[in-house]
Design a protein around this ligand. Structure first.
Ligand code: SF4
Length: 345
């Protein structure tokens, strides 16, 4: 029987140690792997001919390997030009999306970690695709590297908040964050990297235990168990209070703030009573609450009207924790929170 064709691994996604081993396996010295790491991640050069300190023989042997696991297929820029959505093809032809957002000096890239998503939040466009597959470390990382090349300014922040649930592709997400943070490579500060989860409690606990220095955000989106069950079925296996406790435990053990994201849905979770419950529930946690008025997709959910948003926010003025509101800049191109979905995934 014919063996299925497997692509050789691409260089983006390989760790320093893996590139050192690769150099040795290609008949070169170990330090050539370190030089390669520097070219790919620190200098961000993707042309072997420009890697001038590598021997010609080594460069020739490297040409058997592709550098990029992703191919840019399309881009969509919002009218304000502040949000840009990029469509990438994986080597097997499946598609993912990433978003670049400009906000003053802050340039943020929103990375996907899976093709589709298994979590099935009722208000989310990605959920409609179902789960297709996990992204490799290289596929996660290459979104950053390709967008950094396109961006005229240096990317300052990274959020794992695109398609997929990062904590259901835990190892690859964490390894990609390590490579983004590596001081000899991309060297992005850990406090500039945020991993956002829909609330996979066991992996919040794992993240806490492993003591990572990246920031953690939880999509809460409800003020109680029953309400959350209606829009986020993941609550069945990750109960609401367990999620709150895991989040609190993270802040106590890590001594870091956690961010709760709260997508406001009209007549679902936007009552002033919900705001009061949130104050009570989160009041003893070192947290920030980020309110996101819903970005409508083709579905039954609606964004609350301005009056309801204002009333909700005025109750939250009494909260002992900071509250921010995030108005999406990418709505016109379906690049707002919960709007990423590829038609060809
Ligand atoms: S909101 Fe996030 S976790 Fe929920 S289905 Fe969409 S991509 Fe998955």
């Amino acid at each position: 029987m014919d063996k299925p064709f497997t692509q050789p691994p691409t260089l983006i996604g390989q760790t320093l140690e893996e590139l050192e081993s690769l150099a040795i396996s290609l008949g070169s010295e170990e330090f050539r792997g370190r030089q390669l790491f520097d070219w790919i991640y620190s200098k961000q050069i993707d042309d072997y001919q420009k890697m001038s300190n590598l021997s010609i023989a080594f460069r020739e042997r490297l040409t058997d390997f592709s550098i990029h696991p992703l191919k840019l297929v399309n881009k969509d820029i919002s009218n304000s030009k502040k949000t840009q959505k990029y469509l990438f093809a994986l080597q097997d032809g499946k598609m993912i999306e990433s978003v670049l957002m400009m906000d003053g000096k802050r340039i943020t890239v929103c990375l996907s970690t899976q093709v589709g998503c298994a979590v099935d939040c009722d208000f989310c466009a990605t959920a409609k695709m179902g789960f297709v597959q996990n992204l490799t470390i290289g596929e996660i990382l290459d979104q950053f590297l390709q967008l950094q090349k396109i961006s005229t300014r240096r990317i300052t922040n990274i959020v794992f908040m695109g398609m997929g649930e990062p904590f259901l592709n835990y190892e690859n997400t964490i390894e990609a964050a390590h490579l983004l943070h590596h001081p000899k490579g991309i060297n992005m500060g850990a406090w500039r990297i945020t991993i956002s989860t829909s609330g996979i409690t066991r992996n919040i606990d794992r993240f806490t235990k492993e003591g990572h220095s990246y920031k953690l955000a939880v999509s809460l989106n409800a003020s109680n168990e029953q309400q959350r069950l209606k829009t986020m079925p993941i609550t069945k296996t990750n109960p609401f209070l367990g999620l709150i406790n895991a989040s609190k435990n993270y802040t106590l053990r890590s001594r870091k703030k956690i961010t709760f994201e709260y997508v406001m849905l009209s007549n679902i979770n936007d009552d002033t009573k919900d705001a009061k419950v949130l104050i009570h529930l989160l009041g003893s946690i070192d947290c920030k609450l980020n309110i996101i008025p819903y970005n409508e997709i083709d579905g039954s959910y609606k964004r609350p009207n301005d009056e309801r948003i204002d009333n909700f926010l005025s109750v939250l003025e009494k909260a002992p924790f900071p509250v921010t509101i995030r108005w999406s800049k990418g709505q016109g191109i379906d690049a707002g929170c919960g709007q990423l979905a590829t038609k060809t995934g």
